[in-house]
Design a protein around this ligand. Structure first.
Ligand SMILES: C[S@@+](CC[C@H](N)C(=O)[O-])C[C@H]1O[C@@H](n2cnc3c(N)ncnc32)[C@H](O)[C@@H]1O
Ligand code: SF4
Length: 368
């Protein structure tokens, strides 16, 4: 094994906590940004041995990496290994011309911008800081300094949203001509303040989700985007440039990756580890030169095969089945084929477009 070629770096700081968010985040704390970057760089030193000499992708996610004190963010980016694709997640209101230039100069090649929606009243429901104009301005600032790979995140199924709001969001997003779009169903965790506040309306949205999903796929496919993963779309370029998110593709293809930072997950040589989500404990360990506390889970062959099938069937390319047959239920697979939801090609397995709409349900049927 020649080492992991994919690196994820978690930067947890945010201006405030959006009600629907379930990521590992820390509000404010500008006084601790420098110590956190020190911690990340120490953890990178400790783990460097598991990385390949050359990386394919680096993904700096959050949290809001671009909320981090700029000097510290740049110090981090400049110290990270170079990669063919380096993505940074950005929140629209943080993208100034200065930030855009700094990201470009630090070697970032791709920006993932959290737009979520362009309806002001729905942005309020999500408790977002950015308004629709911030999203447009951010894209223009990024284009002005030469970024040619921008992804926009949209969320649908927001309390108060209707089909026409979603169609308008898709139009507004397409007008910005992003290279890539991620469109997620809103997930509301039971027991959270957000779910409590919007209970009945969330149920109405859940009933509309299938219709929304079909609208998203129809509108973006109609605009020439490739529906290459359940929730992800990319422009197809005349020059053949592949605009799929290479970093996320590595997860979906079951490749090894190293994760640094609080709450970060790694999968290396059949072992999954998750770092402590607690900032204080993470900083304390690394300041003492120790690895942070981690949950460690060995992945046996059966678990890995099931994961490969679950993730691989999210993609639009057939899944090579070598070594994966034992994870499949022949009767379930035959049923899915009869219903026109899956195609067993012998060496490969793929879902049909209808099967991809039904997604996880079909995969569950096919798995042993
Ligand atoms: C790591 S998150 C947040 C990145 C960035 N701080 C932001 O807010 O845009 C990446 C993406 O996950 C999606 N997301 C976050 N929480 C979600 C939820 N509860 N349901 C669906 N999508 C969610 C959003 O589209 C978001 O842009
Ligand atoms: S800004 Fe992004 S990461 Fe931070 S709380 Fe909001 S959704 Fe979560």
């Amino acid at each position: 094994m020649s080492g992991a070629r994919h690196l994820y770096v978690h930067v947890p700081f945010c201006a405030h906590r959006c009600g629907y968010c379930d990521f590992v985040t820390v509000v404010g704390r500008s006084g601790q940004h420098a110590a956190y970057v020190d911690g990340l760089l120490r953890e990178l030193e400790l783990e460097r041995g598991v990385l390949a000499g050359e990386l394919e992708t680096v993904f700096v996610g959050g949290g809001t990496p671009t909320f981090t004190v700029l000097l510290e963010l740049v110090r981090l980016l400049e110290a990270l290994p170079a990669a063919a694709e380096t993505t940074v997640e950005a929140n629209p209101e943080t993208v100034t011309p200065e930030l855009a230039r700094a990201l470009r100069d630090a070697g970032v090649t791709r920006i993932s911008l959290g737009a979520q929606t362009f309806r002001p009243e729905l942005l309020d429901v999500l408790e977002r800081v950015a308004g629709p104009d911030d999203v447009r301005r951010a894209v223009h600032h990024l284009r002005d300094v030469g970024f040619d790979n921008i992804s926009l995140d949209l969320i649908y199924g927001i309390p108060g949203q209707g089909a026409s709001d979603l169609e308008a969001d898709l139009d507004e997003a397409l007008a910005l001509e992003p290279e890539h779009l991620s469109c997620y169903e809103l997930e509301a965790k039971p027991g959270t303040r957000f779910t409590h506040a919007w209970g009945a309306e969330l149920q109405r949205q859940a009933d509309a989700m299938e219709d929304y999903f079909e609208r998203v796929v129809a509108r973006l496919s109609g605009a020439g985007y490739r529906w290459y993963e359940t929730a992800n779309f990319c422009r197809t370029e005349a020059d053949g440039r592949d605009l799929r998110a290479r970093h996320n593709l590595a997860y979906w293809l079951g490749r090894d990756y190293l994760g640094l930072g609080i709450g970060a997950v790694s999968t290396i040589e059949s072992t999954r580890r998750r770092n402590t989500p607690t900032l204080g404990r993470y900083l304390e360990a690394l300041a003492a030169g120790r690895a942070p506390e981690r949950d460690v889970e060995p992945l046996d062959a059966e678990v890995q095969a099931r994961e490969r099938v679950m993730l691989g069937l999210r993609l639009d390319e057939p899944l090579p089945l070598a070594g994966l047959r034992t994870a499949l239920d022949p009767a379930g697979l035959a049923r899915a084929e009869r219903l026109g939801l899956a195609v067993d090609g012998g060496d490969t397995l793929a879902l049909t477009p209808r099967g991809r709409f039904l997604g996880g349900g079909v995969t569950a049927e096919i798995l042993a």
